[in-house]
Design a protein around this ligand. Structure first.
Ligand SMILES: Cc1ncc(COP(=O)(O)O)c(C=O)c1O
Length: 425
C-alpha cells in the first residue's frame, strides 16, 4: 500500500475478523474511502475498477442516485419496523412486484436478511411441507457437486462437500445426497437411480439454475433443469432454485428459470435484489407449498422470523433497483457485456495453464489448471488498477451492468495482461 493508512484502520485492524481469511498469514485488506459507479476509491488515493460488483450485488454500480434517493426518503419516514403483526408499503409493494416478475405460480414471498437465510427458509419450508402433509420421513435434500448455497448449517449441508469450503463440518451438518448434475446420459442414469433409491426420504432438490457460482462458476444448460423438474414431479419432490447469484440479470435474463422455461416450487433471491445497497433475501413459494401451511393446527405455521426481515430501507432500495430494471436498458447492457467479455477474454485461452474460458451473461471466467499463490495474483490485479478476486483455480469477472465500455476494456485488458505474465512464469 502506498501512503500511510488512516488512523481508523491501524487502530482497529487487530480487532477485526475477516471472511474466508487466514488471519495469521493473509495480506492486510485494502482500506476503502468510497465507491462510485464501477470504481473503488482507496484511502491512499488509488482508484480500482471493480470486477466483482461486491460479490455480485451492485448491478447498477455503486451509489446509484435513484437508489440512494429512495433509501434517503425511506430513512426519513421509517428506517425499520418489525414485521411481526405489522406490515409496510415498501415490503408489500416489493412482494407484489417480485411476484409479477417471476414466472406465474411463484406467488408467496417470505423476506429475510441474507442469501444463506433465504436458503435456510426454503429448506425449512420444504421439510415442513411434508410434515404438514403428515409425512415425517421426507427431510433430506438432493444437491449437486459444484453447488454453493451459503455458510449457515443447513445451507452448508447442500454445498459441494469438497469444493464448498465446509468439509471441516461434515460430521455436524445434516447429511444430504450430493449428486453430479445430470448433464449427460451416464450422470443422468446415476442421478435417476439415486432418486429411485432415496425418494422416500427426500423433501426436495436444490440447485443453482444454469450457473453454479461460488462452487466454481460452472455452467450447464436448460435440459438439466428440465430433467430435474420432471424427476421432481415423478417422485413428488419440491424443486428449489437458488437464484441468489443468477437472479436479476446476471446470467443474461432477469431470472435463470425464465431462460430455462422451468418453474420451481420455491425460489431464493438476494444479492442484487437491493442493487447492492442493503442486505435482503426473499424465499418465494408456489400456492401448492403455501397452502400446506394453512391450517387450524398452530404448529403448521412457518416458524421463522428474522428480526430485520423486510427491513423498509432494504425494501425501498429493492423497489428502486426494480425501477431501474424497468426504466433503463439493463438486460441489453448485459448482452453487450457478454459480447465484450467473450471477445476480450477469449485470447487468454491460448495462455499456458489456461484450461477454459467461458462467458454467460455478465459472468466471464478464465479457468487455470491451478493457481499456487492466490494472494500474489490478487496483489498483481490491484497493481494493474483492478479489483478481482480469483478463487481456487478461477479468475472471474462479474462487473456492474452499468460499467462503461472504457472501464470494461481496461478490466478485461488487466485480466489478460496479468494472466499472460502469470501463466508464463
Ligand atoms: C447461490 C448462492 N446462494 C446463497 C448464497 C449465500 O448468500 P449470503 O452470502 O448472502 O448469505 C450465495 C452467496 O454467494 C450464493 O451465491
Amino acid at each position: 500500500m502506498s501512503g500511510a493508512p488512516p488512523d481508523w484502520y491501524t487502530r482497529a485492524m487487530g480487532h477485526i475478523w475477516l471472511p474466508y481469511t487466514q488471519m495469521k498469514t493473509a495480506a492486510y485488506p485494502l482500506p476503502v474511502a468510497r465507491t462510485q459507479g464501477s470504481r473503488i476509491f482507496l484511502t491512499d488515493g488509488r482508484e480500482l475498477i471493480d470486477g466483482i460488483a461486491s460479490w455480485w450485488t451492485a448491478c447498477h454500480g455503486y451509489n446509484h442516485p435513484h437508489i440512494r434517493a429512495a433509501v434517503e426518503e425511506q430513512l426519513a419516514v421509517m428506517p425499520h419496523v418489525m414485521f411481526g403483526g405489522l406490515v409496510h408499503e415498501p415490503a408489500l409493494t416489493l412482494a407484489r412486484r417480485l411476484v409479477g416478475l417471476l414466472p406465474p405460480g411463484l406467488d408467496h414471498v417470505f423476506f429475510c436478511d441474507s442469501g444463506s437465510v433465504a436458503v435456510e427458509v426454503a429448506m425449512k419450508m420444504a421439510v415442513q411441507y411434508w410434515l404438514n402433509n403428515g409425512v415425517t420421513e421426507r427431510s433430506r435434500f438432493v444437491a449437486f457437486k459444484g453447488g454453493y448455497h451459503g455458510d449457515t448449517f443447513a445451507a452448508m449441508s447442500v454445498c459441494d462437500p469438497e469444493e464448498g469450503m465446509h468439509a471441516l463440518f461434515a460430521k455436524v451438518m445434516p447429511r444430504q445426497i450430493i449428486a453430479k448434475l445430470p448433464v449427460d446420459p451416464s450422470s443422468t442414469q446415476v442421478f435417476d437411480s439415486l432418486l429411485e433409491r432415496h425418494a422416500e426420504n427426500l423433501a426436495g432438490i436444490i440447485v443453482e439454475p444454469l450457473v453454479q457460482g461460488a462452487g466454481g462458476m460452472l455452467f450447464h444448460d436448460a435440459n438439466v433443469l428440465r430433467h430435474l423438474r420432471a424427476a421432481a414431479v415423478r417422485h413428488g419432490l419440491l424443486l428449489i432454485f437458488d437464484e441468489i447469484f443468477t437472479g436479476f440479470g446476471r446470467s443474461g435474463t432477469m431470472f435463470a428459470c425464465e431462460a430455462a422455461g422451468v418453474v420451481p416450487d420455491i425460489i431464493t433471491l438476494s444479492k442484487a435484489l437491493t442493487g447492492g445497497t442493503l442486505g435482503l433475501g426473499a424465499t418465494i413459494a408456489t400456492k401448492k407449498v403455501f397452502e400446506t401451511f394453512l391450517s387450524d393446527a398452530p404448529d403448521h405455521a412457518l416458524m421463522h422470523g428474522p428480526t430485520f426481515m423486510a427491513n423498509p430501507l432494504a425494501c425501498a432500495a429493492a423497489n428502486a433497483s426494480l425501477d431501474l430494471f424497468e426504466s433503463e436498458p439493463r438486460l441489453a447492457r448485459v448482452a453487450a457485456i457478454e459480447a465484450a467479455l467473450t471477445r476480450d477474454l477469449e485470447p487468454a485461452r491460448n495462455f499456458p495453464h489456461v484450461t477454459d474460458v467461458r462467458v454467460k451473461g455478465a459472468i466471464g471466467v478464465v479457468e487455470l489448471d491451478r493457481i499456487d499463490d492466490l494472494g500474489e495474483l490478487k496483489r498483481r490485479f490491484v497493481e494493474a488498477g483492478v479489483f478481482v478476486r480469483p478463487f481456487r483455480n478461477i479468475v472471474y469477472l462479474t462487473p456492474a451492468f452499468t460499467i462503461g465500455e472504457e472501464d470494461l476494456k481496461r478490466l478485461t485488458g488487466a485480466v489478460a495482461s496479468v494472466l499472460e505474465q502469470w501463466t508464463r512464469l
